[in-house]
Design a protein around this ligand. Structure first.
Ligand code: E4P
Length: 221
């Protein structure tokens, strides 16, 4: 499972990429807004220059022609831009039109298998089931990821859409997404930091150093 960062924060992206484990980024209007009143185009271009893989950024239009026009513009900003289109009827039409132009779409705000089937039929490069938001309303968000992956696997020749487990809230979600065979999990920066943490690792590192220093002093290997 590949890991993307779900943020528009430049420092967090820089750090994640420097660790070598982050290969893409997803943003949305809320995440961009968190960074203040930025120059949107320059901000997206900066992210695209830092990240080796796809950078998703979302359209604001609600109708298909507006989405397509926005997507064409955004796609011209960098070669690794992916356009996020919401899972609406208008979004389906826009996704289909854009996929014919070879503009990659991340079909976002996906909350059902039918939405994911339509995303694949329309030629979306990615579909993003929102796990945490389903959990928030008492549903099993990860079950949706599992089921989309399962259904897509029935059509290996026809469906190339990759499943991004999105709206990830904690490290356990990452484990569950991998167990569900999601292609990608897009994770908040905080979750990335949490994934490596284990108290026994910290204790182990301290103890190894203490034992070494007791005998060797400050000598290095
Ligand atoms: C995905 O691409 C979205 O940006 C994101 O995962 C939404 O997560 P949230 O439910 O924590 O806002």
């Amino acid at each position: 499972m590949r890991l993307f960062l779900d943020t528009a924060n430049i420092e967090h992206i820089r750090h994640g990429v420097s660790l070598g484990v982050i290969t893409g980024v997803t943003t949305n209007p809320s995440l961009i807004s968190k960074e203040g009143k930025v120059d949107y185009k320059r901000h997206v271009q900066e992210i695209c220059s830092l990240v080796p893989g796809p950078v998703s950024t979302e359209v604001l239009s609600q109708e298909a022609s507006g989405m397509v026009a926005e997507a064409r513009e955004v796609a011209s900003w960098a070669t690794n831009v992916v356009v996020k289109i919401p899972a609406s009827l208008q979004g389906i039409e826009a996704t289909w039109r854009l996929s014919r132009e070879k503009i990659k779409v991340n079909f976002t705000l996906c909350f059902s298998i039918n939405q994911a089937l339509l995303a694949a039929a329309a030629g979306a490069a990615f579909v993003s089931p929102f796990v945490g938001r389903l959990d928030d309303i008492g549903e099993d968000g990860m079950a949706l990821v599992r089921e989309i992956v399962e259904v897509y696997k029935n059509y290996p020749d026809a469906i190339k859409t990759e499943v991004i487990a999105a709206s990830i809230r904690h490290p356990q979600h990452c484990i569950e997404a991998a167990r569900a065979s999601a292609h990608i999990a897009t994770i908040p920066y905080q979750v990335l930091l949490q994934m490596i943490q284990h108290p026994l690792t910290d204790i182990g590192i301290r103890r190894f150093l203490q034992d070494w220093r007791q005998v060797m002093g400050e000598d290095k290997m």
